[in-house]
Write a protein that binds this ligand. Structure first.
Ligand code: CLF
Ligand code: SF4
Length: 496
């Protein structure tokens, strides 16, 4: 089955109504999308860029062992295939994981997805992983179950995954070439022995491709994660993207390698660098010709809880859960009401936006990158100084497209010394390089001046407006005031 792909799938009620400003697919593709697929992704924050503004996910760290070695991984930490390196999660038993999931489901009604993504490989720990899924599919059938794997044990696990109604599987595929694979994976553990070099890499690649085909055959949605490693697989990932798309993968998520010496990984110690934001964006663009791309991944922890980019895990430690008094029956009813309300709201906003955000700018006008400070709900609702990250959108005559997010240090802590604050503010502004405007709910005088000096227009006039509409309004204003006639030399990246 070769599924049509899209960035911002519309909920069922708006079939075909996805606005040009936020949907990466043509109307034809949207119309071709079966209702069953749309239903699977409309409230999954990773599979739908739109949904990630509203719906939350959580991970439970039940899977300690791994069956391969990646050069970007240190086993003291969570699996780096879906997690930031250097992060350690508390290991849970399946019973503890179920208890935690039920508590989070009751307290965060917009939590729709339970994922297992570590701290090792979930399918290298089949008993623990499938026991957790088995209990949850029985106790909380409204929660979507999701798993992320390196793929080595995938073919033998596909039937079991299907049995537990798991609709979403992520496979980390960094290469389809064993020579490149040998530079990423020093060994795999296969049939009770360690297999090194190209031979091991070839087995892993074969298993990943076979697993992908088997999942697609069963109608399970597959997301492919790839870690971009400059000088190793960066020139090769567009080919990977083309191949996995041809086999029916639904989404491709190219993530940056994070390699720091203090993480103790092979790459970190050897000084292997990660990609710059521009390199990552260029590769995502190159891949997007062949395939729909996920650009909003936050490289979550193996015990993450909340909206993507948010971590509420500390509210749900086992001792805190024990102290909670929860009426599960009314909590489950509340979940239904809240989630239906969010979907209805998304539909309404999308329909309104389709009209308002229609580009009125001549074809051929240069595109612009615009940064946005948001704390969720798809609104411009965050103070510039409180933003820990900015979302980067590209505005062009074709519409508004989400491109990436850029993390920054929070400088407005309220008690920082002046010198430290200045340094952090300068870092924040550096993180916005290539952007021509930044939209936020409020901004102080000092950052305002510094942004202007850096050639970035600060804008607090669109507070509480929907992001795509506000970005398009600013772009339109830039067009009307002649600012798009020439591109400042230092902003050549904006046309990427
Ligand atoms: Fe978790 Fe992964 Fe499922 Fe999402 S995360 S198992 S698909 S529910 Fe999402 Fe987090 Fe990126 Fe993963 S933002 S690291 S892609
Ligand atoms: Fe580490 Fe994950 Fe690779 Fe295993 S699959 S070595 S846990 S990054």
């Amino acid at each position: 089955m070769d599924l049509p792909v899209l960035n911002n799938p519309p909920p069922a009620a708006t079939k075909g109504g996805c606005s040009a400003s936020s949907c990466g697919s043509t109307d034809d593709q949207v119309n071709q999308l079966p209702d069953s697929i749309r239903e699977k992704i409309q409230n999954h924050p990773c599979y739908s860029e739109d949904a990630h503004h509203y719906f939350a996910r959580m991970h439970v760290a039940v899977a300690p062992a791994c069956n391969i070695q990646c050069h970007y991984c240190n086993r003291k930490y969570d699996c780096a295939n879906e997690s930031r390196p250097g992060v350690v999660s508390e290991l849970l038993t399946p019973d503890q994981a179920v208890k935690k999931t039920m508590a989070v489901a009751a307290k965060i009604p917009q939590m729709t997805v339970l994922g297992i993504a570590g701290p090792g490989d979930p399918l290298a720990n089949p008993e623990r992983t499938f026991e957790t899924f088995r209990q949850l599919s029985k106790d909380a059938p409204d929660i979507k179950l999701c798993v992320s794997t390196n793929g080595l044990a995938l073919p033998e696990s596909v039937d079991e995954l299907a049995k537990h109604n798991i609709d979403h599987v992520t496979i980390t595929i960094n290469t389809v070439d064993a020579a490149i694979g040998a530079q990423i994976y020093p060994w795999i553990f296969w049939k009770n022995r360690r297999v090194k070099g190209r031979k091991g890499a070839q087995i892993l690649i074969d298993q990943q491709q076979k697993g992908l085909e088997m999942l697609v055959e069963r109608g399970i949605l597959v997301k492919v994660n790839s870690v971009m490693i400059p000088g190793i697989n960066d020139q090769h990932l567009a080919e990977v993207s083309r191949i996995v798309k041809a086999k029916g993968a639904f989404l491709h998520n190219v993530m940056p390698l994070i390699a720091e010496a203090e993480h103790g990984t092979f790459y970190g110690v050897m000084g292997q660098r990660g990609p710059t934001p521009d390199e990552l964006m260029d590769l995502q663009e190159a891949c997007s010709g062949d395939m729909n791309m996920m650009r909003h991944c936050r490289q979550c922890r193996a015990d993450a809880v909340g909206l993507l980019g948010e971590d509420r895990g500390s509210e749900f430690t086992l001792d805190k859960i024990d102290a909670m008094e929860i009426d599960y029956q009314s909590a489950m009813e509340m979940r239904k009401t809240v989630q239906e309300g969010i979907l209805a709201d998304m539909n309404e906003k999308r329909a309104a936006q389709a009209e308002k955000a229609k580009p009125k700018i001549p074809a051929g006008t240069r595109p612009v990158l615009i940064a946005v400070a948001t704390s969720g709900q798809n609104l411009i609702n965050q103070h510039f100084g409180h933003a820990k990250e900015f979302q980067i959108y590209q505005a062009s005559p074709e519409g508004v497209k989400f491109m990436s997010h850029r993390k920054t240090d929070q400088y407005c802590s309220g008690d920082s010394t002046c010198g430290e604050a200045e340094t952090a503010l300068a870092m924040t502004i550096r993180s916005l390089q290539g952007c021509e405007a930044v939209l936020c709910s409020k901004i102080g005088y000092e950052p305002w001046e510094m942004l202007e000096e850096a050639g970035i227009v600060p804008n607090g006039e669109h507070a509480m407006e929907r992001i795509e509409e506000a970005v398009m309004a600013v772009y339109l204003e830039m067009h009307q005031t002649g600012k798009l006639a020439e591109r400042p030399a230092e902003l050549s990246r904006a046309s990427a």
